[in-house]
Design a protein around this ligand. Sequence first.
Ligand SMILES: Cc1ncc(COP(=O)(O)O)c(C=O)c1O
Length: 389
Amino acid sequence: MQYDFDQVIDRRSSNSLKWTECDQDIVVQDLGDMDFKAPQPVIEAIKKRVEHGIYGYAQRPESYYHAIMEWIYQRHEWEIERDWLIYTPGVLIALAVALRTLSRPGDKIIVQSPVYHLFFNIIRNNGRQVLINPLQMVNNRYEMDFEDLEVKLEDTRTRILLLCNPHNPTGRVWEEDELKTLAHLCLKHNVIIISDEVYSDIIFKDHRHVPIANLDKKISKKTITCISPGKTFNLSGVRASTIIIENPVLRNPFTHAMIDMDLDISNIFDVIAIETAYRQGAEWLDQVLAYLEGNLDFLSSYLQERIQRIKLIRPQGTFLAWLDCQGMEMDAIALKRFMLKKARVRFSDGVIVNPGARGFQRMNFACSRTVLKLVLENIEMAIDQTFGN
Ligand SMILES: Cc1ncc(COP(=O)(O)O)c(C=O)c1O
């Protein structure tokens, strides 16, 4: 079927975390979900389950896991065994459980900033220390700094590297060579890799997602991979993700912790939504990717032609645009206030993903083109009023 992503759907009265708590005229483009309806087969399957009328405890059938395994093989050529898969109600919970089971309080966890702000919270809130391996800007794209990484890996308290692949907020889809170098450094220093691959299906043309654990067996034995249908099919509110751990030495404590905390039981609607999405959602995903890429082209041209003070660091994947607003010569607080009060748009603030940095905003462009155009017109007008050009 042909999906209509141009349709503007009001989300303010739908208990959406993203669309609450702001004035009626503000356009929200911060949190990581899309303003599009989920794949139609998923909607139909949930409706059918609702009609059944009995919502007792749920069980995940084997076909649920096989749908996930087949998806990963078809999309990423990664062959996974059934035993490696663990259900968790969200990726952040999985990160917390992994940190608690595989490191000790006070241990250091490497992150590559700018990076998803909740990485910092989850590490600190679970009593571990953040160790930053900053990404470097080279020829208008972010790259890893392996020299600095090796120094951080040599620290005797470093236990885990928390990788974001594809990377939020820079949109980098890490290439095989980069991932190999990173993984071999981690192996050399006996550091576990947790690879957050929630954006692995949101990849633009000419790029390919490489699951780090699929590079070779040695790497797989040291890696925990987190995937989720949340970003792929816009089902983040369904709260279901999949953690892939080949090595039983890493997997068993993780699984036991999930059971001990009674976190291993699915919601009755999760089960049906997730299996249906992985089995019947490909057509929707392919169309949404084309639409997102169209949004990206539109955004890129608009900025180049009409808002030269803001530069797009074009993402290779994800639906997040990392906007370089240094041309506006504002400190972090002034920039945030400008976007919210003058342009009437709410982006994610650059400083929360890159402590100490200024001049960046993260825009979620998974919205209808009409809304994207409105946002850009608002910014253009606010800039003209402020700078008079
Ligand atoms: C990189 C990354 N990891 C994890 C999450 C959160 O995942 P979940 O909602 O499954 O906890 C997000 C959400 O935006 C994200 O961007």
